[in-house]
Each structure stands twice: as C-alpha cells, then as structure tokens.
Design a protein around this ligand. Structure first.
Ligand SMILES: Nc1ncnc2c1ncn2[C@@H]1O[C@H](COP(=O)(O)OP(=O)(O)O)[C@@H](O)[C@H]1O
Ligand SMILES: [Mg+2]
Length: 339
C-alpha cells in the first residue's frame, strides 16, 4: 500500500524536531517546498478563516489545494506569501523561515493571487514589459530576453504583439501566469488560475501548469473545482471551513473512504435485512439496489449469506468510489457547487 516516502503528513519533520517538545517553530526539511505548522488566521471580525493548518508540500509536486468557496484557500495563500499576517503558527518556503527569509524566498517564488491589472490597448509583450519594469530588482538590460522567455513558456510568443483586449480568456490567463514566470522560479503558487475560464482556457492553463512542473518547479495550485486540477495534481490538500481535512498523494485519496457493496435483487427488503443481520452499516435501498458499507467482510461471504437466506441475487458488486465521491464526503457538499 502506501510507502513511507509517500507520506506527506507533518509527522516526519515533527519527529526530526528532536527535543523541541511542542515548540511551534519549524525545522527545515529539504523534501518540502512549503510547510506550515499551526498556521491560523482570525480576521478582525472574529472569523477564523484558517484554523491550525499543518501543510506539507513535497518538493517537485503539483499540489492541488482544494476546497469549496470560503474554505480558506486564498487566505492561506496570502499568508504564505506574506501579504497578510497569520494570527498564529509558522511556515517556511523553500527552506526559508517566513517572514524572516521573505526576501530570499520570494525571489524564487512566482505567484498569482489576484490577476494583475493589464492594459487592454497594450500587447501581451507590452504589458509584460510594463510589469517587469516595475520590478526594481530586475536588470533592465536583460528585460527583453526575460520577457521573451516568459512569453515562450506560456506559449504566447506568436501572439505577443496582439493587443491584450483581443486575447481569448485562456490567453489572458496565460499572460497572467507569465508575469509569475519572468524570473526562474522554484515554486509557483497559483490561486484559482482556471476560475472563470471556458473549457478551452482551462485546458490551456492545465497544460501550462504541466510544463512548469516538467521544468522542475513545485506548483501549488488552488481550486474549488476538483475536476479542473485533478488531472495534473500529484498531491492534494482538501480544505473544509478553514481546516485541512485531507492531505496526501492523489492516489491515497482515491483509496481512502469506505468500500461499499451493492446488491441487485427483486427482493431488496429481504437483502437489506440480511445485510443488517450481518452487521453492515449505512444500508441504503434504491429501487432494486441495496448498498452498504462493506466493512471487513468479503463480498463472496455476503453473496453466500444472501443466497442462503433466499435472496435472488441478480448482481453483486463493490463499486469503486469516484474522487468526486471522496470529496463530497470530505467537504460535506457537492464540490462543484458555485456560490
Ligand atoms: N479580509 C477579510 N475579512 C474578514 N473575513 C474574510 C476576509 N477575507 C476572507 N474572509 C472570510 O474568510 C473565509 C475564507 O475566505 P477565503 O480564504 O477567501 O476562501 P476561499 O479562497 O477558499 O474561497 C470566508 O468565510 C471569507 O468570507
Ligand atoms: Mg479564493
């Protein structure tokens, strides 16, 4: 099953933190591009938007930071980037403690939190040049090469001299991501980069994220739509009301949750009674189908007991739960509910 290397719970660095007891400071673990401990944000109005978050983002991963609207994703990202102060906890980025190492860390981090303001009359290249010039730490002499490379990476070279207002939604978002790639980055943090995009734009952003990851950067990407990032993530964290309710490799999420058994029969009431007598939980009957949590029982055994009790078994299956099902269970709501 799960190899210890795949574990991304915070346990490892906590164990390495010898003799520190419950000290909340983090020890640097080079295996993680991003790590938080007990990170929390309570807004002045009293709302606890992020509640003791222990995040561990493995270096080289594409980490999907998922959760419904209002679950605390943007607030977390703003804290990670030092845009707002946490009310408790600590974090490190690329091994630098924050906020002490903010200058060194942020030079290696590209981010897109709120879309930068673009001038509709300027071309993509013109917009990037303007934003690049605003970065005091970047040498003007190398600006054209930097801009060219960023445009190339997001696949906008051919459209570089088109006016921004003529860009498609996907092109606009790719240009926004290009602003985070003007410099070489080890970590790229994108807050809902597919928000508001049509399916084509979403695909464009997805393939761009794949390319950024293939170039060796760790990508931390938030979304309230599981389906939009599922295909590109190696790891996921799931937020619910400010708390991280799951964190680990995507494959582990697939395997989590309880297995179900499904019986198709012309006598569903009798089948439900047999399953109940066997001690199975969460028995549900829908038409000619009865489902229940499998627990530790073997499906063969259940089938045998059903037949023995006189249930005409037309079909018996142990349906795999979809990722969507896992999320609904974790977040307590349909994941693609727009608010
Ligand atoms: N500046 C703020 N002041 C007060 N509450 C806020 C502020 N920003 C966000 N919140 C609240 O914090 C919660 C989390 O918001 P947010 O981090 O934006 O969630 P997400 O990005 O997952 O949609 C929400 O209930 C939101 O209303
Ligand atoms: Mg948000």
């Amino acid at each position: 099953m799960q190899s210890p290397e795949d574990e991304v719970s915070f346990g490892r660095s906590a164990d390495a933190d010898t003799g520190q007891g419950d000290d909340a400071t983090l020890t640097f673990d080079p295996g993680y591009a991003l790590a938080t401990r007990g990170l929390s944000k309570r807004f002045r109005n009293g709302q606890l938007a992020v509640d003791t978050l222990d995040l561990a983002v493995p270096a080289g991963s594409v980490y999907g930071f998922l959760g419904p609207n209002g679950s605390g994703k943007t607030t977390t990202i703003r804290m990670l980037l030092g845009l707002i102060q946490p009310t408790a906890g600590s974090h490190q980025m690329l091994g630098f403690p924050m906020p002490e190492g903010q200058i060194e860390a942020l030079a290696r981090v590209g981010s897109l939190v709120e879309g930068p303001a673009f001038y509709p009359q300027l071309s993509g290249r013109g917009n990037l040049a303007r934003l690049d010039a605003a970065d005091r730490t970047a040498s003007p002499a190398t600006a054209p090469a930097r801009i060219e490379r960023a445009l190339d990476r997001v696949g906008l070279l051919a459209a570089a001299d088109k006016k921004y207002k003529a860009y498609s939604l996907g092109m606009k978002q790719r240009l926004a991501i290009a602003t985070s790639l003007l410099r070489p980055r080890e970590l790229v943090i994108l807050d809902e980069p597919t928000n508001g995009l049509d399916p084509q734009g979403t695909r464009e952003v997805r393939s761009l994220i794949r390319r950024i990851a293939a170039d060796g950067a760790t990508v931390f990407v938030s979304s309230h739509l599981l389906a939009e990032v599922e295909q590109i993530c190696t790891h996921v964290g799931v937020m619910r009301s400010g708390r991280l309710v799951f964190s680990g490799p995507l494959s582990q999420l697939r395997g989590s949750g309880t297995s179900r058994v499904m019986v198709r029969t012309s006598q569903p009431e009798l089948a439900a009674k047999v399953l109940n007598d066997l001690g199975l939980a969460e028995i549900r009957q829908e038409g000619q189908e009865v489902t229940a949590d499998l627990g530790t029982l073997q499906p063969e055994f259940i089938c045998e007991r059903l037949v023995y009790a006189g249930v005409p078994v037309a079909g018996l299956d142990t349906p795999k739960r979809s990722l969507e099902d896992e999320f609904v269970e974790l977040t307590g709501e349909g994941f693609d509910v727009e608010q």
